[in-house]
Design a binder for this molecule. Structure first.
Ligand code: VGL
Ligand code: ZN
Length: 205
């Protein structure tokens, strides 16, 4: 058994001060930092969009929260966020970035969004995360980060489908809740797909 802690999109634009704010996002930082020593590997993803990305409402003169067809898939329109190299794309201050051994960038292609840390939303492209973990012999993954109802959810669903034993550390995640029940439903969906939900205190120190 080899384990990896996966930090999903713990970036400024998903903080309460950011472009796509996640309430209480700062609360996960001490929880995630504490978890870092408890696993064989620590890897992170960063949402990493080019300017004028296809998921941005501004690109299409649409309203945030509306939907368009983007290269054949329904795409919700987001505020501009996590533009490559911008301050908003940096890891949130206080996150122990020294402990991160590898970073996976996602959402880098203009017309395909990528919520999952493993595949883009059309499942055409791989990010390299699965190969990276397989090469290390990782069998068990523990998912943390932002946002519970988008990137955490799809990363966890892909992890379990790829055959990893998958845990979602619930107190180390926070979500957007475009609709009030989104996070709750996301956690239930992960659980029914075979992910296990756990609180950080229940993990062996
Ligand atoms: C995310 C919306 C758009 C996330 C990324 O990290 O959950 N959500 N891009
Ligand atoms: Zn994004």
């Amino acid at each position: 058994m080899k384990s990896a802690l996966i930090l999903v999109d713990i970036q400024n634009d998903f903080s309460p001060d950011g472009a796509l704010p996640v309430e209480q996002a700062f609360d996960i930082i001490p929880v995630v930092n504490k978890l870092m020593g408890q696993f064989d590997h620590v890897v992170a993803t960063q949402d990493w969009h080019p300017e004028g990305h296809g998921s941005f409402a501004s690109t299409h003169n649409k309203e945030v929260g509306s939907f368009i067809d983007l290269a054949g898939v329904a795409q919700i329109m987001w505020p501009d966020h996590c533009v490559q190299g911008s301050a908003g794309s940096d890891f949130i201050d206080g996150l122990n970035i020294e402990a991160i051994e590898h970073v996976i960038y996602k959402g880098t292609q203009q017309n395909i969004d990528s919520y999952s840390g493993f595949f883009d939303n059309q499942r055409l492209g791989k990010t390299g995360l699965a190969d990276y973990l397989h090469n290390l012999g990782v069998t068990d993954v523990y998912i943390t980060g932002l946002a519970t109802d988008y990137c955490v959810k799809f990363t966890a669903l892909d992890a379990v489908e790829l055959g990893f034993n998958t845990w979602v550390v619930t107190d180390a995640c926070r979500g957007v809740n475009m609709q009030p029940q989104d996070c709750e439903q996301a956690l239930l969906a992960m659980q029914s797909a075979g992910c296990r939900l756990i609180v950080s205190d229940a993990l062996p120190a």
